[in-house]
Design a protein around this ligand. Sequence first.
Ligand code: ADP
Ligand code: DP6
Ligand code: CO
Length: 342
Amino acid sequence: MKIVTCIAPVNIAVIKYWGKRDNELILPINDSISSTLDANQMCAKTTIMASPNFLDNKLWLNGQEENFDQPRLKNCLKEIKKRIYTDESKENIVNWNIHICSENNFPTAAGLASSAAGYACLVFALAKLYNIEGDISGLARRGSGSACRSIYGGWVKWCKGEAADGSDSLAVQLAPPSHWADMRVIILVVNESRKKHSSTNAMKTSMSTSTLLTTRAETIVPARISDMEAAIKAKDFAKFADLTMRDSNQFHAICLDTYPPCFYLNEVSRSIIEFVHEYNDFKESTQVAYTYDAGPNACLYTLENNVSELLAVIDEVFPTNAAREEYIKGIPVKTIQLSQDV
Ligand code: ADP
Ligand code: DP6
Ligand code: CO
């Protein structure tokens, strides 16, 4: 019997991935950029056991048994097995069945990148189990596109790549977390329920119905990617924030342009957007930026010296159920549970 346990963090995109040119290989239509949060805060934790005595493969997610025969899991395993070095003289672990048990310590399928942390963790654990070396972002990508970016810490770019087989559609680290050491993320949990439309399905509908989507990918994102890389390199918060908020808004405009539309933001999400703009106007400088993935929960980027005042104001404006404060070694995160009755 061999057992491995790993944790992997979520990543929050500032230039969003939305739309695939190949659904099977999970190849995106545009590059994307994110920051990977510290793994001790919001993470997936996955244990994989391999044993010659297991009669079948099994999978549990957040304590519930799930079907092992999922195409994405199968693809990850197939690709991983291609990279296993087998030594004939040893017992061949590759033929043993496995039991996978994974848990997220934050809401699953609520727009807080659970598929990113989940598949990055799964692939990382499998790579440890089978002693695979080298880049594994292309393997994580086969589980969920955004997962390839969680393989690296700090600021990460997923290059869409050009090759038809996806061999160059990989993640690269732009800068380690230490590069922008005073960057902070505050997560405002507006609703922790599972979203109505999974990212995968909604993205597919956007690809086939949104007329804005291709224009965004082809004519807007390339300049945004280079501007964002420059803003991160120069630690230019005002530029970073402007690009981040505009890109989040454009992504949600595409969700609205999808037919039938996907409404990921709710009243509270929208009031947080208004709050951020009012706060920055009041301060006469950009101190905070919002971004939303495919869900109603807000990710706020800000710098350490703004955190305490900003949290005090958020506390005044938005009723909270609970606040957790855990500062950590990557890009620190604070998670705040907002109450539903705003
Ligand atoms: P999110 O916005 O949370 O990323 P998605 O719709 O992209 O939501 O993906 C949610 C799906 O990701 C879940 O239904 C599940 O299939 C998969 N997933 C989430 N967490 C894990 C995990 N820890 N291990 C394996 N798969 C996971
Ligand atoms: C809005 O990676 O969850 O979070 O590749 O189909 O698994 P699949 O989708 P997923 O999509 C993430 C979309 C996003 C933006 C982003 O993370 O870049
Ligand atoms: Co996802």
